[in-house]
Design a protein. Structure first.
Lengths: 228, 225
């Protein structure tokens, strides 16, 4: 047992310190894997060719960086404390059903209520430092964010993994994914990080939505193949 | 099988170093295939050097662009839009870090050739792009590097989530201070990134190997420094 008890920011008010207190993750770097209550891979997998949709996607959006919004400000404070460029996360694009017809079918397949989906393009040299999510689309209190059991979050790989690309959820290092592979995780609890040190860009679909009975049923499955 | 036949570097460089290294055919480049057993990752040293890390005097990687292979590597990375200011910071062990100086002398690589030893510091947000080691900065002849070049890393700090390393298809993680990672230099493509919240320190040897080195490497004895 090597539970990390030291890992807190000791300067400034950070999202990490608030979210870590609320997290149920074990914070033990020696535990080899994560239980399916925290993380599940490929309960559903998507087959199809959405290359042309990616090719016509314009990545112009940045992560929210409104310092007047307390939850966003706390996240930026982490980057500042770490000495990391606040633009290190790169650019993204909101899924547009008129352009992303197939990708939107992926979004719909999870049957969330009120889903919001973005394609995050991680270029070589970009990364997400270790963090615990907060669903900060609408401004609200940290207390409400810490009690949020309504929103769910999944990632879907839109291209095969390439060398130099990293994604870690808790202690699980996700590698060698294939286009269409899906990952659900308890964003409420799991610290995660990613980086691209490779030669190619890494597009990843991120979907956030309200949980439904249909989604819960899907999450209980394994390797359901959905053609889009 | 998912043999990667396309993964060259598409840059403006006539021959990126990565593509040159691929022509040596030392690695399979199959993302679904396990690596050979010559990536050695295990505990090897025991000592407390944590207090000496405060004496780390960082300097940027000293790319000497007069060297052909260094030039090929740097041009490749620049064409991929990498920011060289985010690479590792380094220092050679000196008398401000006496324990690490003793550690420096503990790995029996070929002393008749150049042996380069550096302490490296990787802060959050820093990375080393995916590449293969030709060890150009050592000045060792390329043919010798291909045949007998080795690199050894000793981890000086424990792993924390967000510290990323993949050598070939082998994920390297959960190390403790005193673990080593050793590999035939040019064989394995690799990269690292630090997306954690702490600074990672390592010490790195670049040189040629001897029978004595392999005997040392294969031994599971833990050395006290």
């Amino acid at each position: 047992m090597a539970q990390d008890t030291k890992h807190w920011f000791n300067q400034g008010e950070t999202l990490w310190d608030y979210r870590r207190k609320a997290s149920k993750w074990h914070f033990d770097p020696d535990i080899p894997n994560e239980p399916t209550e925290m993380l599940k891979l490929n309960f559903v997998q998507f087959k199809g060719d959405w290359k042309s949709e990616l090719a016509q996607t314009k990545f112009t959006e940045r992560p929210p960086m409104d310092l007047a919004e307390p939850l966003q400000r706390l996240g930026i404070q982490e980057h500042i404390n770490l000495g990391v460029d606040t633009r290190i996360e790169g650019l993204r694009s909101t899924v547009d059903p008129t352009i992303h017809k197939k990708i939107n079918k992926i979004v719909e397949a999870f049957q969330f209520d009120d889903p919001y989906a973005q394609i995050i393009l991680q270029k070589p040299g970009e990364m997400f430092t270790l963090h615990i999510d907060v669903v900060a689309c609408d401004p609200r209190s940290m207390e409400a964010a810490n009690k949020d059991e309504t929103n769910m979050r999944v990632f879907v790989a839109l291209e095969d993994w390439c060398w130099g690309q990293y994604l870690m959820m808790g202690n699980h290092h996700w590698t060698n994914w294939k286009a269409g592979d899906a990952l659900w995780f308890r964003w409420q609890d799991m610290p995660h990080a990613s980086a691209n040190c490779g030669h190619k860009t890494r597009p990843m679909l991120k979907i956030t939505g309200k949980v439904t009975p249909q989604f819960k049923k899907l999450l209980e499955q394994n390797n359901v193949i959905v053609d889009v | 099988m998912a043999k990667d036949i396309k993964h060259g570097v598409h840059t403006d460089v006539k021959l990126p170093l990565f593509d040159f290294a691929k022509t040596q055919k030392l690695y399979h480049f199959d993302i679904d295939k396990k690596d050979d057993d010559d990536i050695i990752f295990k505990p090897k040293f025991k000592c407390n050097w944590a207090h000496e890390l405060d004496n780390f005097k960082p300097r940027p990687t000293d790319f000497n662009l007069e060297r052909e292979y260094t030039r090929m590597q740097v041009e490749e990375w620049l064409n991929l839009r990498y920011d060289v200011s985010k690479f590792l910071q380094k220092m050679a062990p000196d008398d401000t870090v006496p324990t690490l100086q003793r550690l420096e002398a503990s790995i029996p690589m070929d002393k008749n050739e150049t042996l380069q030893v550096q302490i490296t510091e990787q802060k959050p947000g820093q990375y080393v792009p995916y590449h293969m080691d030709i060890m150009a900065s050592t000045g060792i002849e390329t043919k010798k590097v291909i045949e007998k070049g080795y690199r050894v890393i000793v981890f000086l700090t424990d792993w924390l989530p967000g510290e990323f390393m993949i050598w070939g298809t082998t994920v390297i993680q959960k190390w403790k201070a005193g673990y080593i990672l050793a590999w035939p230099a040019l064989k394995y493509p690799h990269s690292t990134a630090n997306a954690s919240h702490h600074t990672g320190y390592r010490m790195r040897w670049s040189g040629l190997v001897t029978d004595e080195f392999h005997k040392w490497l294969n031994s599971d004895e833990i050395m006290e420094v």
